[in-house]
Design a protein around this ligand. Structure first.
Ligand code: 6PG
Length: 470
């Protein structure tokens, strides 16, 4: 086996195959392998002329021997235990200076642990978030890289060649060491959950409050595709709402069971946010709503038992729905960026929020017109590092928040749940008010637990006498 391949891709599932073909198409020689060796030949056959730049190898030792040094080995396999098992097998076959890349949706804590363990052996470990699904992986994903400078130098030419581009700039960046890339991808997914949920909420209001059929809602979404909501997820939503089931002729969404799946990244975003004392209320609402969706039997039983207690209410105009979604999208991204900010501080990653916004402008699932505005906002001096304080975002929110209020109020009056949109609004109203209500919380805590509080007029820790009752 001659060591000629620029990179090895192990794992020929949907994403691994697509990335290997993308690399080959961009002129790189790629060694490919798979746990089930009988996947390799069919993959090479389907690759057509690109097979000239693909080297299929079944045995792990031969796969490693096919790679030029320093080696780059990209694993596209299920995260968790399978990744640990492959590291254990491949590490003894590698040399100091080689890089193992995990391109799956891994828990960044695992990535940090693996990077540390491999560092002791002189090996480099890269946690790389890859977004954009199969189509993105094949023709241009957005990639979030965490790892050493050494690995980045090795990978940069390949990753920049295969990445999606926004006005010519590749949507890939070295964001920081060890778990930085996987963490950013995790938060990307949290924002993805929130965006999908908010779009679904507006669909729900139009369906259950406005009595509209899926194709009519799809037509409204279609109109928003070129406005301020321009985004991949709006395109997807407009398209699926106007699709029909080939068997029944009904709108496709009307034959789909209303129970959402999830693989865990949204939940991880939340867990990390809460651990760092951050708010991620829109993401939390989205993850929670997926959980509630699975309680189908309970909901079916409750429908006849729990009265809606509605107060009437009128459907807001479409323009309000559009502006409400825009406000919700700004707020959920602002929450996501706060989580990134907190993690960057905690782990010393030095995350560049402007750069992250830039590489999310194309290729990834949450790509939208707003991300270019976010990138500009982060590049300008951002008051308190807070997206909602950027002058451009303040202007957009000033226009959109009144519509969000009307939409949330309509949902409340009509008994249609808008958990993510209303959570975003509550966060906005909390953050824009200097005097909150935690003074009462502190008083309660001191009353029943002698926890103490700070006073507005005197430094130090104080206790109340509570009218002599304690
Ligand atoms: C992406 C997506 C992708 C994720 C799917 C499914 O950026 O391409 O985030 O990585 O796996 O969206 O996620 P859930 O199954 O958790 O909805």
């Amino acid at each position: 086996m001659t060591a000629t391949a620029d990179i090895g891709v192990f794992g020929l599932g949907t994403m691994g195959s697509a990335l290997a073909l993308n690399l080959a198409e961009n002129g790189f020689t790629v060694a490919v392998s798979n746990r089930e060796a009988d996947w390799i030949d069919p993959f090479l056959t389907e690759a057509g002329p690109l097979a000239d730049r693909l080297i299929g190898v079944a045995a792990l030792a031969d796969f490693v021997a096919a790679l030029s040094t320093p080696r780059s080995v990209l694993f596209m396999i299920p995260s968790g235990a399978p990744m640990d098992a492959m590291i254990t097998q491949i590490a003894p076959l590698l040399d100091p200076g080689d890089t193992i890349i995990d391109g799956g949706n891994a828990d960044f804590h695992d990535t940090r642990r693996r990077a540390k363990a491999l560092d002791a052996q002189g090996l480099h470990f890269v946690g790389m978030g890859v977004s954009g699904g199969e189509e993105g992986a094949r023709h241009g994903p957005s990639m979030m890289v965490g790892g050493t400078d050494h690995s980045w130098q090795q990978l940069q030419p390949m990753l920049e060649a295969i990445a999606a581009t926004f006005e010519g700039a590749p949507c890939v960046a070295h964001l920081g060491p060890d778990g930085a890339g996987h963490f950013v991808k995790t938060v990307h997914n949290g924002i993805e959950y929130a965006d999908m949920q908010m779009i679904a909420e507006v669909y729900g209001l139009m369906r259950d409050g406005g009595g509209q059929e899926a194709p009519a809602i799809g037509a409204v979404f279609q109109n928003w595709r070129d406005g301020p909501l321009k985004s991949y997820l709006m395109d997807v939503s407009a398209t699926v709402l106007s699709s029909r089931d080939a068997t029944t002729g009904q709108p496709m969404v009307d034959v789909i069971l209303d129970q959402a799946g999830q693989k865990g990244t949204g939940r991880w975003t939340l867990i990390e946010a809460l651990r760092m004392g951050q708010s991620a209320s829109t993401i939390e609402a989205a993850v929670g709503a997926r959980g509630w969706s699975s309680e189908k039997d309970m909901r079916a039983a409750a429908e006849s038992l729990l009265p809606a207690g509605t107060a009437g209410g009128e459907m807001p105009p479409d323009a309000d729905l559009e502006q409400a979604l825009l406000a919700g999208r700004i707020l959920s991204h602002a929450q996501g960026f706060r989580i990134l900010h907190a993690a960057s501080e905690e782990f010393g990653w030095g995350l560049d929020m402007g750069r992250i916004s830039e590489i999310w402008r194309a290729g990834c699932i949450i790509r939208s017109a707003l991300l270019d505005d976010f990138a500009s906002a982060f590049r300008a001096a951002l008051p308190r590092d807070h997206l909602i304080l950027a002058p451009t975002m303040r202007a957009r929110l000033a226009d959109a928040i009144p519509a969000l209020r009307r939409v949330v109020a309509a949902g409340v009056s009509m008994g249609v749940a808008l958990p993510a949109l209303s959570a975003g609004l509550a966060w906005y109203d909390t953050m824009r008010r200097a005097r909150g209500t935690a003074n009462l919380i502190q008083a309660q805590r001191d009353f029943f637990g002698h926890h103490g509080f700070e006073r507005l007029d005197e430094p130090g820790r104080h206790h109340g006498t509570w009218n002599g009752l304690i």
